[in-house]
Write a protein that binds this ligand. Sequence first.
Ligand code: KG4
Ligand code: ZN
Length: 364
Amino acid sequence: MLNDISIDNVSKPSLGGEGVSILAIESSCDESSAAVCVDGKILSNIIAGQKVHEQYGGVVPELASRAHMQNIIPVVHSALQTANCKMQTIDCIAFTQSPGLIGSLLVGSQFAKSLAQSLNKPLIAVHHMQAHVLANLIDDPRPSFPFLCLTVSGGHTQIVLCESPTQMKVIGETIDDAAGEAFDKSAKLLGLPYPGGPLIDKYAKEGDANRFKFPEPQVAGLNFSFSGLKTSILYFLQNAGKSNLYKEEFMATEEEKKEFIQQNLPDICASIQQRIVTILLNKLKKASAETGITDICLAGGVSANSGLRKAFEEAGVKYHWKIFIPAFEYCTDNAGMIAITGYYKYLAGQFADLSVTASARAEW
Ligand code: KG4
Ligand code: ZN
């Protein structure tokens, strides 16, 4: 398969930013993706999902690694083809180094390192969460620095203060579950298939968000917590809606619980979604008030949520924020965001050598 990729006429990169072309690889979780970016413009962003996990109700790490092994060459090939690019015109290889599932990261990182070594191209190691933030720099309109970014995905929930493409810090994050996890775990309690976030969104559209009340956690500073919400939903369903506290006397039978869910699904989904969204937005408002920053971005797969987008847009009007949301293909895991981050790291001369290793956890 590798023979399909043209590798003749290897050229050395010219630092400076003009005509810089980057091939980027993302493999941190269950999406195998490759992208080509020239001078900060994304020419291709190929994403191969992994259906194999659906039957297990969550990502199975070992199956993810194996699927990446199968997908990586076809997605790289397709990214070059779509960009109408040959391997010899690529100046640099960027890849997701961390954080993520270690087996998955290893497939992408070893592939990128092998490619860089065999082609004698420089290598750029990218932090996946920083790349989610910089997805906001892919298309116009772009935020001005400094900006804040609320990154909400299946594994992370963070408020990031971004001072430049290579300088950012986390000023708030979840102390337990991520926002996407809160959606998916709530959906699971409702008997919905994985990933349940988009289904909660769908049912919520027909529901009354004020019908059921779930508690807002009291967490210090700009940090988030979603595990209490999950517990209150669990008790709420066990009690067939009579209380969201553990009450022996309200305990419903499995049948009663199922019937309650069936009859009230849209209202339950709308009420859960509203609570997750208010938890997120309240901390974002606090972050903006504390920092004085009003250019505010969303990032990550949960930014597809229609309730979150609406509340974010309303907050933008109310608090005079300039708001930014990347195109959906750059919100979920994708190599386009790795490519744009690689581009800015290239301009800053931040290269990695071949001793760089993938890491499941990452410092900022
Ligand atoms: O960023 P992402 O694609 O993958 C990572 O976790 O890195 O995010 C996936 C998460 C899942 O938890 C999924 O349920 C959630 O984003 N999600 C949604 C919606 N679309 C995706 N959650 C709520 N509403 C949606 N429309
Ligand atoms: Zn991600």
